[in-house]
Design a protein around this ligand. Structure first.
Ligand SMILES: Nc1nc2c(ncn2[C@@H]2O[C@H](COP(=O)(O)OP(=O)(O)O)[C@@H](O)[C@H]2O)c(=O)[nH]1
Ligand SMILES: [Mg+2]
Length: 241
């Protein structure tokens, strides 16, 4: 169950008046505890196979898939990248990824508003991932629920596009606190918007002083070099441990 919106995992709802608050808290702890145990199993697989797993989180439409296709096209000669796509319905995003030549596995969550560790575990059973690869996990578009669910990733990467408003890190602090990296995407649109990018960065650092911030345009490829460089370094670190 997602305890924020009662999305259907186990079909318990915190809004259900027949479930006492105490019981709801116990259910929440149980669900997160089980999720964390499976996430630890996933993390052990990633460590053993030296896979850099990244959990991409954002609102719908911030450009996660576009950024992934641009990243794969820019770096596929240098590293092996594979993708798990999470959406409520359709295989559109996995199809978009496969056009680049990279392999992609689509998870449909139905009414679910986030991926959980067990969904990723099941996906891994269907995928054959080369040692030393980068695994991008594109989460369901939602700035709330995915913050709480560890999938076994090395880092959560939050993507915020400039059309969403610079105050989102303050409005959804849990997400920006859980993320190690924030990518501000669609910077090609800045001339047309009232979006104060420096203020956005300051807000993100206010909730998470250690957050690394990158600016990109998946469309014009501006800023992609710094992102690919970060991926290269992080992937190399995975290979050292
Ligand atoms: N102008 C501009 N549009 C972008 C950029 N990145 C993505 N888009 C567009 O934003 C829309 C949503 O992108 P998509 O990758 O599907 O977002 P997702 O829902 O986060 O995966 C699409 O129409 C993209 O072409 C960008 O950097 N600049
Ligand atoms: Mg997408």
């Amino acid at each position: 169950m997602c305890t924020h919106c009662g999305c259907g995992h186990d079909h318990h709802h915190t809004h259900d008046m027949s479930v006492s608050d105490e019981r709801a808290i116990a259910i929440e702890e149980d669900i997160l505890g089980r999720n964390n145990a499976i996430a630890a199993d996933n993390r052990a697989i990633f460590r053993q196979k030296k896979i850099l797993a990244l959990n991409l989180v954002s609102s719908p439409g911030s450009g996660k898939t576009e950024l992934l296709t641009a990243t794969i096209m820019a770096a596929k000669d240098k590293m092996t990248m594979v993708v798990i796509e999470g959406d409520q319905q359709t295989s559109n995003d996995a199809d978009r990824i496969r056009v680049t030549g990279a392999s992609a596995y689509q998870i449909n969550t139905g009414k679910g508003c986030h991926l959980d560790a067990n969904m990723v575990k099941s996906a891994l059973e269907h995928m054959s991932i080369e040692d030393g690869s980068i695994l991008f996990i594109e989460n369901v578009g939602n700035l709330v629920c995915p913050a709480e669910f560890d999938l076994g990733e090395a880092h959560k990467v939050a993507i915020l596009s400039v059309t969403e408003g610079e105050d989102k890190p303050l409005k959804y602090p849990d997400m920006f606190r859980a993320a190690d990296v924030m990518i501000i995407n669609k910077i090609d649109l800045l001339p047309y918007l009232h979006f104060d990018i420096d203020r956005c960065e300051a807000y993100a650092r206010q909730v998470n002083p250690n957050i690394r911030i990158l600016r990109t345009s998946a469309t014009t490829k501006e800023g992609l070099d710094a992102w690919v460089k970060w991926l290269t370094v992080e992937s190399a670190l995975c290979n050292l441990v």
